[in-house]
Design a protein around this ligand. Structure first.
Ligand code: SF4
Length: 72
């Protein structure tokens, strides 16, 4: 699984950091999302899927194998 974020869509809600703090962070300057890692470990899959589903800006893209999913 790989994850990417679109900072132009991020509304700084912080939900992703709450759901997957090992993978997501927020920029100290503008509170926009930052990635700690782009390749997701198997034990982080569920947390990252949840973060993508609950992101209010639909700013998180999860790629699993050939399929790409943005938000829910
Ligand atoms: S949950 Fe979405 S909108 Fe909120 S900080 Fe994370 S990427 Fe940005």
């Amino acid at each position: 699984m790989q994850v990417s974020v679109d900072r132009d869509r991020c509304c700084s809600s912080g939900m992703c950091v709450t759901n997957a703090p090992e993978v997501f962070d927020q920029d100290d300057r503008d509170s926009l999302v930052m990635l700690r890692q782009t390749v997701v470990l198997p034990e982080q899959f569920d947390d990252v899927r949840l973060a993508a589903e609950l992101c209010p800006g639909r700013a998180i893209t999860v790629t699993e194998g050939e399929s790409e999913r943005i938000g829910a």
